[in-house]
Design a protein. Structure first.
Length: 227
């Protein structure tokens, strides 16, 4: 099975980080874990303590970057052929990384694999709903982001298309998916629930809904000429 790296942007994540790291450690296909956190923070102390028992990379930063700046920092340390973003407050099914990796192994002409997720209002709680994503490529992506919070993608994409645009605060991943889709890259939907997404009123996309809407429109406008 192809090696996978999981990027954990650990800012404002003290409450969730230990469980997130344990969730990654307990995967049937254990990824390389790369944690980006603020130097001398509570999150860094949790990561260092975890690192004493489990192999992991920590990239401390002097301040608090945007999530996409953090992902770009993490990408520089990733050795896996495939990458997944591991939000501190989300949890994966124990077999999720193996199944997503297997999907990309099998479908060599696809760049990104993504699965459906449960929506929960507390970690470990019963689902309050689901995100069941649609099948689609560039045209459908222009109507809305269907990739979800737990995608896996080929690291080689960054050699061709560059890194995440750190000027975005909440729609930088959407902009990147549009960027690669406009270049002809394909997205593979795994039609099963492979994780829990925590619904938080203070989540990044909810803290500044006007900016999120503006960034989404900005990303679409950037690639509208391709559609």
């Amino acid at each position: 099975m192809t090696a996978v790296s999981a990027i954990v942007s650990a800012y404002y994540a003290e409450k969730y980080l230990k469980g997130r790291l344990e969730n990654l450690r307990d995967q049937t296909l254990v990824p390389q874990i790369v944690v980006i956190c603020q130097f001398d923070s509570a999150e860094m102390k949790i990561a260092v303590e975890f690192q004493h028992k489990h192999e992991m990379l920590i990239s401390p930063t002097p301040g608090i970057p945007t999530v996409y700046e953090a992902w770009n920092i993490g990408l520089g340390s990733c050795s896996g052929e495939y990458i997944t973003s591991a939000n501190s407050d989300d949890r994966l099914d124990p077999d999720a990384i193996r199944l997503l990796s297997k999907t990309l192994d099998k479908h060599k002409d696809y760049a990104v694999a993504y699965a459906d997720v449960n929506r929960v209002d507390k970690i470990g709680g019963s689902p309050i709903g689901q995100f069941v994503w649609k099948e689609g490529q560039f045209g459908e992506l222009m109507s809305g982001c269907f990739v979800g919070p737990m995608p896996m993608w080929r690291k080689s994409l960054h050699e061709k298309y560059g890194f995440f645009d750190h000027e975005y605060a909440s729609a930088g991943d959407y902009e990147f998916w549009l960027r690669i889709a406009s270049g002809g890259e394909k997205f593979k939907h795994v039609n099963r629930i492979l994780g829990d997404h925590l619904e938080r009123p203070d989540a990044l996309e909810h803290r500044s809904p006007i900016r999120t809407t503006w960034e989404t429109a900005r990303a679409r406008a950037k690639y509208r000429s391709v559609a």
